[in-house]
Every structure is written in structure tokens, then in C-alpha cells.
Design a protein around this ligand. Structure first.
Ligand SMILES: Cc1cc2nc3c(=O)[nH]c(=O)nc-3n(C[C@H](O)[C@H](O)[C@H](O)COP(=O)(O)OP(=O)(O)OC[C@H]3O[C@@H](n4cnc5c(N)ncnc54)[C@H](O)[C@@H]3O)c2cc1C
Length: 485
């Protein structure tokens, strides 16, 4: 690298992966500066701090961070306990940010609004690699500033960019106008938002662990406020339900598996009405509440909608840099076949690091949740190994950067039916296996699978595959969101 070595390494985002990156860079003798848009570290996790992590402590503490913390007399929480987001921040993340070597390099209230090569727009090549990065930021008071950096690690996550209601990926007509009755992610249903949901007709849209958490909390609220009714709309049709509830007992993370199993119970005992095959196209506000139209049916009226359709990366701040992203997943190209949920759902991502995460722009890395683009299965453990490797690469130790080690707990759900190669499984693939399959990238080692529909899959990892009770929509049917209507 030819950029001036006295410049710091800029880390965008003080989430768990951003702070872990700082710890690893310090261990490599580097000088990180951490830029966080929030007023506190871990602002993303604080927004869902009421949710209990499905990962136990042993999977959410970074080892370089633990070294720094232990030097300050920190006591490591019991390995098998499951913290809430707030516990995680209060017992690990906030103390880590207070370690003097990190605290002195942390800039809160500093939102990065753009990164470029100083003096070089995206088009300019000659001399580009010798130019430092210029990181533009906006402070909480609206003033702007910029700093120079020798390398950039974008660990800004995706939590600030939730997916919209629209099944086509765009907000639907009426979605913005109804914003006062629509929440994205997992609202604090049993806490701060209790009054908003108690006794109301609530529709949850989307599948995955955030939807499970919202449904479970709503069902608990319904036990206390019996007028609360819960409808759950998912895009996949009932005929393709394998894996909807996760891997159950086959999940390597017991709590993650249990979330799906408990949600399944809610559907089966009628506490939650499940609507299959629903693709939202319009939200309409009427005197009786909101109605949400699909291609050929309508749900409602309801009082509140919770959209748990995942998150996407905000790529605008990198628009002047040469970034190579997969057109489907929006992750670095080499990482995409390892995590594309169309073909790889079991969560057993092979170890990967700086080599797989590098871009045409030298010394730029996207790490953490954002590195997964739109793929949903990111775990902190993955991010910690990513930034260990990236820190080694930035320090010039490519041998250590390439020596990646990571064993992830499997989800228990795998897209095997997309496979036509015998004997291969995504659950045990090495990065070479997957790389060899790129282009015909099946999670399980063969077949032209990346265009396929995951929902047609069965489980190779032992997940539950029997059909739950569901409501299958029929054309032009109006679906009453209130159970018993
Ligand atoms: C409800 C829920 C439960 C989860 N449970 C688990 C679990 O049990 N185990 C697990 O491993 N993972 C879990 N995850 C995934 C989890 O979010 C990630 O593992 C973790 O938060 C990712 O860390 P990160 O540092 O990459 O991103 P984040 O935690 O999102 O941190 C990104 C940080 O960047 C900041 N930021 C964003 N934009 C900018 C900007 N432009 N400039 C400056 N700063 C910026 C944000 O404020 C934030 O502080 C869960 C996610 C959700 C939503």
C-alpha cells in the first residue's frame, strides 16, 4: 500500500463488528478511528435491545476485544447464558467502548455520508492507489467535516435500511402515508410500545427470526389483553413451507431453533392466523383501519402493521469507490455464493476473510452485517473472524489474513432439493467447494441453483418439514384479520 502509513484506519460504525475491528487493528499495531452516527455505541442493537439474542455469550464476544476488556478487570459473562440486546451492550459492548485505547479513538454523533479517494472521483485511475481515503461525515449538530484514512472498514450494518412492505422490493402505494401505523423490525411490544399494540388488530408481514420475535411477543400480549388479534402474512405459498419455521431441534443454536418451534405452536393452536402466498401491493387507510392488498386478495382492516421483511445495505456512501458487489445479494462477489439464501440456508458459511471481502478499490473492506448485503443469516461470530483477517491484511500480514478459522452453528435448514450433485452438502462445504460451484452455485455443491426459488427446498440438516395449518389464499378473497370474524 502506498497511502501514507501515518494515517488512521477509518471504521464506519461502532456496532459489535466495528469495535471488534478496532480491537484487532490495535492488536496489529494499527491506529483505528471509529465513526458512529448514534449518540452511543451499539446504536443499532439498542433499537432492538429488548430482544433476547439467540446466540449465547460464547458466540458474541470477540477474542481480541476480550483481551482488552480483561486488562481492565472485566468479568466474562457465563458462556451459555443468552443476553438481551441491552444486556449485550451493557455487559460487553459499552465496557469495550470505555477501554481507553478505544474510547480515545471513538467519535460518536459522526454519521459518514460519503467516502472517496482524496482528489479522485470514481473515474480517475492514474495515481489512485497512492491517494488516501477521504471520509466525509456529518455531526449531530448538522456541521460537516472530513478526515483522511489509509484504509476503510465499513461496518455500518443494515439496521437503518429496513426492507419495505412491497414484495417487489419497493414501497407500495399508501405505505408512506400510513407510516404512523407501520413499524419496521421488532418493536418493543411488551415494553415501550405495549399501549400501541394491546387490544389491537396487528398484521405481521415477513418471515425469519424478527417476525418470530414479534409474533411471540404479540401472542404474550394477547394473553393479557385478549382483544389483541394477530395475523401473519408470508410470501411463500403453503406448498413450499419447508423451513418456514427454521430448523427446530436441528438448529445448532437451541434458542434460534426454539423461536421457530414456538411460532409454529402459535399457528397450530390458532393464536396466530397465518396467511400464505401473500405479496403486498397496496396499503389503504379507511375509517375502520388499514387494509393491505396483495396480488389477488386483501387483508384487513387492521390497526397496526409490523414489517419484518429484513434489511438491505445503504450503498450510497460508497458510490465514489470501486466496489464489486454481487447483483443478487449485494455482498462482495466472492462471498455471495456462500450466503445467498436462494441456495444456501443452513448457516454453515465456510471461513472467509480479507481475501473474499476485498474490492477493486484496495484497502476498502465491507465487514459485519453489511458484508452480507441482503442475506439474512449473519452472525457476529462471522464478523469477528472477518475483521481479524482484515486487520491482518491491512497490517500487511496476508499469510495470517488468509488463515481463516470459523465454525458456525447450523440453522438446521438447507436448500438441498436444489442440488443434483450426489454426496455434497452445504452444511459441510469448504470455501473451495463453494467457490468451485460459483456460477452453478448451489449451496450443496452442484446444479444451476442461484436462480431457483428457495421456498421449494427441503431440509438436508434435519429440520422440520411437515406442513403446519395455514390459510391458503384464493383469488379475490377478502381475508378478515380479526380471528373469529
Ligand atoms: C432482532 C435481531 C436479533 C439478532 N440476534 C442475533 C444473535 O442472537 N446473534 C448474532 O450473532 N446476531 C444477531 N443478530 C444480527 C446482529 O444484528 C448482528 O450480528 C450484529 O448487530 C451485527 O453487527 P454489526 O456491527 O455488523 O452491525 P450493527 O450492530 O448494525 O452496527 C452498525 C453500527 O453502525 C452505525 N452506523 C450505521 N450507519 C452509519 C453511518 N453512515 N455512519 C456512522 N455510523 C453508522 C449504526 O448506528 C450501528 O451502531 C440479530 C439481529 C436482529 C435485528
Amino acid at each position: 500500500m502506498a497511502t501514507p502509513s501515518h494515517l488512521p484506519v477509518a471504521i464506519i460504525g461502532a456496532g459489535p463488528v466495528g469495535l471488534a475491528a478496532a480491537a484487532h487493528l490495535l492488536a496489529q499495531g494499527q491506529d483505528p478511528v471509529i465513526l458512529e452516527q448514534g449518540a452511543e455505541v451499539g446504536a443499532g442493537i439498542r433499537s432492538w435491545g429488548h430482544v433476547r439474542l439467540f446466540s449465547p455469550w460464547q458466540y458474541v464476544v470477540d477474542e481480541a476485544a476480550a483481551v482488552l476488556l480483561t486488562e481492565q478487570g472485566w468479568t466474562r459473562p457465563t458462556d451459555d447464558g443468552h443476553p438481551t440486546g441491552h444486556d449485550f451492550l451493557d455487559q460487553y459492548h459499552v465496557p469495550l467502548a470505555a477501554v481507553p485505547a478505544i474510547a480515545s479513538r471513538l467519535r460518536l454523533g459522526s454519521r459518514v455520508i460519503g467516502v472517496t479517494r482524496s482528489g479522485f472521483d470514481k473515474m480517475k485511475s492514474f495515481g489512485r492507489e497512492d491517494a488516501p481515503f477521504r471520509v466525509d461525515l456529518e455531526r449531530a449538530d448538522g456541521t460537516t467535516d472530513s478526515l483522511l484514512a489509509r484504509a476503510v472498514v465499513d461496518a455500518s450494518g443494515t439496521i437503518l435500511s429496513p426492507n419495505p412492505i412491497g414484495a417487489s422490493g419497493r414501497p407500495v402505494p399508501g405505505e408512506a402515508a400510513a407510516a404512523g401505523h407501520i413499524a419496521y423490525g421488532v418493536p418493543d411490544i411488551l415494553g415501550a410500545a405495549r399501549e400501541r399494540y394491546a387490544g389491537r388488530r396487528v398484521l405481521v408481514i415477513g418471515s425469519g427470526h424478527s417476525a418470530f420475535n414479534a409474533l411471540l411477543d404479540l401472542a404474550r400480549l394477547g394473553n393479557e389483553a385478549s382483544a389483541t388479534t394477530v395475523t401473519w402474512a408470508v410470501r411463500r405459498p403453503a406448498a413450499r413451507f419447508a423451513g418456514l419455521f427454521g430448523g427446530g431441534a436441528a438448529d445448532g443454536l437451541a434458542e434460534r431453533g426454539a423461536l421457530g418451534s414456538r411460532t409454529r405452536d402459535l399457528v397450530e393452536n390458532g393464536s396466530v392466523q397465518l396467511v400464505a402466498g401473500f405479496r403486498a401491493t397496496r396499503v389503504t387507510q379507511g375509517t375502520e383501519g388499514l387494509t393491505i392488498a396483495g396480488d389477488d386478495t386483501v387483508i384487513g382492516p387492521v390497526d397496526e402493521v409490523i414489517v419484518a421483511t429484513g434489511f438491505r445495505p445503504d450503498l450510497s456512501l460508497l458510490s465514489e469507490l470501486r466496489v464489486a458487489l454481487d447483483p443478487v445479494v449485494e455482498s462482495p462477489v466472492a462471498l455471495a455464493p456462500l450466503i445467498d439464501p436462494n441456495v444456501h440456508s443452513c448457516g454453515s458459511v465456510p471461513p472467509h476473510g480479507a481475501e473474499e471481502l476485498r474490492h477493486p478499490e484496495p484497502d476498502l473492506y465491507i465487514a459485519g452485517m453489511k458484508s452480507y448485503g441482503r442475506a439474512p443469516t449473519f452472525l457476529m461470530l462471522t464478523g469477528y473472524e472477518q475483521v481479524r483477517s482484515i486487520a491482518c491484511a491491512i497490517a500487511g500480514d496476508w499469510a495470517a489474513a488468509r488463515e481463516v478459522r470459523l465454525v458456525l452453528p447450523e440453522t438446521g435448514v438447507c436448500s438441498t432439493s436444489l442440488v443434483d450433485a450426489p454426496g455434497a452438502s452445504c452444511c459441510g462445504a469448504t470455501i473451495e467447494d463453494v467457490a468451485a460451484a460459483t456460477g452453478m452455485s448451489s449451496c450443496c455443491g452442484g446444479g444451476p441453483a442461484r436462480e431457483a426459488d428457495t421456498s421449494a427446498s427441503s431440509s438436508c440438516c434435519g429440520g422440520a418439514t411437515t406442513s403446519p395449518q395455514v390459510i391458503q389464499l384464493t383469488p379475490r378473497r377478502r381475508f378478515p384479520a380479526t380471528i373469529g370474524d
